[in-house]
Ligand binder design. Structure first.
Ligand SMILES: [Zn+2]
Length: 302
């Protein structure tokens, strides 16, 4: 017996097509569709990027937005895109501008990060930061309701592969590049790479005392070898491997200049006073340049 399933399934199929092709501008400002079913959002150029990845078996998020209002905007967008649940939330790093909004999604989302993320989050947690945000930006108070620090449920070591629906996500630990627990996320079929904070876009990074420029250079080399089509940095506009090439050029020049001055017998303090990099005058976050010289000095003195 023939029923009438065809028109109904046809209707459902066209609905699915409609849902998955929803243009990014319908999600509200700041969303950018970078591939079919993959959206990136940052409200300001300096803000952290968060991403929504749709799959046939639910949603995967990369980071939870710069601050809770961003997390709320992401949640709203997910609801517009799909009725499916957010199953995983992968941390590129444990800092507050990538993780404070976890409570908006989890539970039920399972948080995944590299080993060390929980410790780092607990050590850095400062309730005053949230209070200050709410005082400085009263609009934020509402989105902070229900706040609770949510630390990772799964901490992997070195490499992890996640299969969700039709998508494969490979997680790579990036050692000593920015925080105690940095993860690059690679989607081999889509050739999209989320590269964490190793390379910024026209901005200086804050290089903490454990950060190693040689390790940063080798992690960028590893990521370039994946041959990505699209690179989404932790902060800054999504682009291509050019983001790595420009960052490599900067650090190589910095190592070169600091190395030369150190060989001439200059102390770290003298180098910090004298070194100029006029090529990068237009980069943001200049106050971090001193930490870059310190990291270069550690590298050339090894
Ligand atoms: Zn950070």
């Amino acid at each position: 017996m023939k029923g009438r399933p065809y028109p109904i399934s046809f209707f459902l199929a066209s609905l699915l097509v409609f849902v998955s092709y929803l243009p990014a501008q319908d999600l509200g400002p700041y969303f950018k569709k970078i591939k079919e079913g993959i959206y990136v959002r940052a409200a300001k150029p300096a803000d952290s990027n968060a991403a929504i990845i749709l799959t046939q078996e639910g949603v995967v998020l990369i980071d939870s937005g710069h601050n809770p209002p961003d997390s709320q905007a992401i949640l709203k967008a997910v609801k517009q895109l799909t009725p499916q649940p957010i199953r995983y939330l992968i941390n590129t790093e444990p800092h507050g501008d990538h993780t404070t909004g976890h409570f908006v999604f989890s539970p039920p989302a399972v948080i995944v990060a590299h080993e060390g993320a929980t410790d780092s989050m607990k050590k850095a947690y400062n309730p005053k930061r949230n209070e200050k945000l709410m005082t400085d930006y009263p609009d934020m108070r509402e989105s902070f309701q229900g706040f609770k620090m949510i630390t990772p449920h799964i901490e992997y070591r070195d490499k992890m592969t996640l299969h969700v629906g039709e998508r494969t996500l490979e997680l790579y630990y990036l050692k000593n590049v920015h925080s105690e627990s940095d993860t690059a996320i690679w989607l081999p079929k889509e050739r999209v790479l989320f590269s964490a904070a190793v390379a910024g876009v026209n901005r200086f990074s804050n290089l903490r005392s454990f950060v190693s420029i040689p390790d940063m250079l080798s992690s960028m080399k590893m990521m370039k070898a994946l041959n990505p089509e699209i690179v989404v940095p932790g902060h800054g506009a999504p682009g291509t491997v050019k983001i790595f090439e420009e960052t490599e050029r900067y650090y190589e020049l910095l190592l070169d200049r600091v190395g030369k001055m150190a060989r001439e017998g200059r102390s770290l303090d003298q180098i910090k006073k004298e070194l100029r990099m006029p090529e990068y005058d237009d980069w943001a976050s200049k106050e971090r340049f001193g930490t870059n010289i310190e990291a270069a000095y550690r590298a050339v003195k090894k």
